[in-house]
Ligand binder design. Structure first.
Ligand SMILES: O=C(O)CCC(=O)C(=O)O
Ligand SMILES: [Fe+2]
Length: 343
């Protein structure tokens, strides 16, 4: 049985522009509305920057561990991924959203009946509504890009024809860059450089790409592109387009993440917070949208294989510093979080 697709936010956005009325289910409660709650720092970027071309290793390790311990996020510059590869990833993704028909998009969606074995894969809108029944102003496409054995090509667009090549090319570069990041993060915890990578499944580490599509919105002051959340990944490595909107919570303030051309945004996710026994912090973040500009983003969630048990690394726990998290299979962690059960 095929599910009737819910209308995309992209389609709703066009209708809303014509009518000028925002459907009520998108209007956030006052305490969440962006204009009431955002702090503007002006031109100075407050998010730490990590420069992979830094040749002083000690300095680099220091910078990354400080960023992960205080903010849980940083801008990664000089990461070695050619700008052309990033541009190709972006243009094929944008073409999918803007040039393919609703039917072509639906072909990339998960056809499994809701409530059954439905996975978080393919094209669509956020499956769950918030507790208060509110909806987010975004559509997405989700699919694995590595390892090859994990990929379900049903979720990969057939159009544009270069979609596959561009994504495969990006996966190769991204693995190199994220490998370096995980090594530096391990060293920053005083561990051997492969410690985090191995604890996350080594060669079995999964790379799960999401494309977020946030159409322009007539009332950006009232909606959110994504509500406040922490990623359940180990780390997330995100390519933004030039339209800002991502905000991170720091000292109870929402701070805008500035757009830096060619930079990648790295988030510490829940699994690294757990492995590090809380020394690195999974960052709370949300997304705001714009009145006349389209935001898109390409986060890749690096996740352990489903059956792998993740808990605080034994090297990091002792009498003074007891384990703060209970070890559990990644799939069980994910299930509890997605169903809002106690973790
Ligand atoms: O669009 C962004 O910058 C953030 C996306 C995000 O947080 C997510 O997809 O989990
Ligand atoms: Fe996120």
């Amino acid at each position: 049985m095929e599910m009737e697709m819910e209308k995309s936010v992209q389609a709703l956005a066009s209708a809303t522009l014509l009518s000028g009325t925002l459907p009520a289910e998108f209007i956030r409660p006052l305490a969440e509305q962006p204009t009431a709650t955002t702090r503007h720092y002006g031109p100075v970027s407050m998010i730490p920057t990590v420069d992979l071309s830094e040749t002083d290793q000690e300095k680099l390790v220091q910078a990354i561990s400080e960023a992960c311990g205080t903010w849980g996020t940083f801008q990664l510059v000089n990461h070695g991924i050619p700008p052309e590869a990033i541009n190709r990833l972006q243009s094929v993704g944008r073409e999918f959203f803007e040039l393919s028909s609703p039917k072509e998009k639906e072909e990339c969606s998960d056809k499994a009946p809701a409530g059954g074995s439905r996975s978080v894969g393919g094209y669509g809108r956020q499956v769950r509504e918030d507790a208060d029944g509110k909806k987010v102003w975004s559509d997405h496409l989700f699919h694995k890009i590595w390892p090859p054995s994990s990929i379900n090509y049903q979720f990969w667009p057939k159009n544009p024809p270069s979609y596959r090549e561009a994504n495969e090319e990006y996966a190769v570069y991204l693995r190199e860059a994220s490998d370096k990041v995980l090594k530096l993060m391990s060293l920053g915890l005083g561990l051997e450089e492969n410690a985090l990578g191995e604890a996350l499944g080594g060669e079995q580490l999964q790379y799960n790409l999401k494309i977020n599509y946030y159409p322009p919105c007539p009332r950006p002051d009232l909606v959110l592109g994504l509500v406040a959340h922490r990623d359940l990944s180990a780390i997330t490595v995100l390519v933004p387009n030039e339209v800002p909107g991502l905000q991170v919570l720091k000292d109870d303030q929402w701070i805008e993440v500035e757009y830096i051309p060619n930079s990648l945004i790295v988030h510490v996710g829940d699994q690294i917070e757990i492995l590090s026994n809380g020394k690195y912090r999974s960052v709370l973040h949300r997304v705001t949208v714009k009145k006349d500009r389209l935001r898109m983003s390409w986060p890749v969630f690096l996740e352990p294989p489903a059956e792998l048990v993740v808990g605080p690394l034994p090297q990091l726990i002792n009498d003074q510093d007891p384990a703060k998290y209970k070890p559990q299979k990644f799939k069980d962690y994910m299930f509890s979080k997605l169903n809002k059960l106690p973790e």
